[in-house]
Each structure stands twice: as structure tokens, then as C-alpha cells.
Design a protein around this ligand. Structure first.
Ligand SMILES: [Zn+2]
Ligand SMILES: [Zn+2]
Length: 166
């Protein structure tokens, strides 16, 4: 997950856009989170006076069980972050922005992205917002199947209406 900034730093450019597919290497982290190792990264580096800033967005994919129908599906999450690129980490640094260490004009995003995934992964997810879930009586998946459990429940007012129609 290394991005080389040498050319940008040596140039007179003030902004550098990076749009790339990065690969997370930490296999344990990937397995634990059922995460797809490919992360889509969209970042903008800015030179601001003597600082180097990063404004970025990532898209990542992981396997999740739907909170309603319990089926496994691939969920996509978008997370944004801002960072300051530093050549030495400042322990007292207090803002919401991350600090990313630069070494030999390169930055390694592995740790920052792991942290971001960890913070942004939702507790509950639905396979689709219209997911019908499972029947509370027979457990059938109502997205793909039908059951008759609820057909037996007839509103008494409707029952009366039926007799009127006869
Ligand atoms: Zn579902
Ligand atoms: Zn049912």
C-alpha cells in the first residue's frame, strides 16, 4: 500500500490526485473481517505552506450476513478521511485528522486504512434496503420464497366486510 510522492514533492504542482486500487497485506486482518483485499483509493495530496495534506476516500468490500434475512452478501462501504503527512509522528497531535509517516518520499497506507476500516465497518447491514427478511414462524426467506403462515391471520373487520359482500 505504498504511494511514492517523490515526483510530486520535487515538482511545482500543488495538488496531486491518486486514484488506485490498493491491496491490504495483513492476512489475519482480512480474514477476521472477511474483507476483500482490494481497496479502492481516491486521494488528493495538497501542498499547504510547509505541510503536506491528504484528503481521501476509500471503498472496501466485505462479506456480511444480512441482519434481516441472514443471507451472506458482499457489502460495500465508503469511508473518508483527512490526514497530514509527517516525517515524525507527534504524540500530542490532537485533531481528527490522521498522521501518516513519510519515509524516503513514500507513504505506506496499510495501517491507516486498517484503522479506517475498523472504525467504519457497520454493526448491522442489510443485503438491500427492501429486504423482506425471514418469516418469524417458519423461517423461510421471504425474498425468494412465500409461505402461508400469515394468511391465516384475518382481520375480523375484513371478515365482516366479506359477509356483507355475499
Ligand atoms: Zn436480507
Ligand atoms: Zn412462514
Amino acid at each position: 500500500m505504498i504511494i511514492n510522492l517523490k515526483k510530486f514533492l520535487l515538482s511545482d504542482d500543488l495538488v496531486y490526485n491518486v486514484s488506485d486500487r490498493l491491496t491490504l497485506k495483513d492476512k489475519k486482518f482480512l480474514d477476521e473481517n472477511k474483507l476483500n483485499k482490494e481497496i479502492e483509493f481516491d486521494g488528493k495530496f495538497f501542498k499547504v505552506e510547509k505541510s503536506l495534506l491528504l484528503e481521501a476516500k476509500i471503498d472496501y468490500f466485505y462479506s456480511e450476513n444480512c441482519a434481516r434475512c441472514l443471507q451472506e452478501f458482499e457489502n460495500k462501504v465508503t469511508a473518508k478521511f483527512n490526514a497530514i503527512i509527517v516525517d515524525e509522528l507527534d504524540e500530542d497531535y490532537e485533531t481528527e485528522d490522521m498522521q501518516i509517516l513519510i519515509k524516503d518520499s513514500s507513504i505506506d497506507l496499510e495501517e491507516s486504512i486498517k484503522q479506517l476500516v475498523y472504525l467504519s465497518m457497520p454493526m448491522k447491514a442489510l443485503c438491500k434496503s427492501s429486504c423482506k427478511g425471514i418469516c418469524s414462524k417458519c423461517g423461510i426467506n421471504l425474498n425468494t420464497d412465500k409461505c402461508e403462515c400469515n394468511d391465516f391471520v384475518i382481520d375480523p373487520r375484513l371478515e365482516k366486510l366479506k359477509t356483507l359482500l355475499k
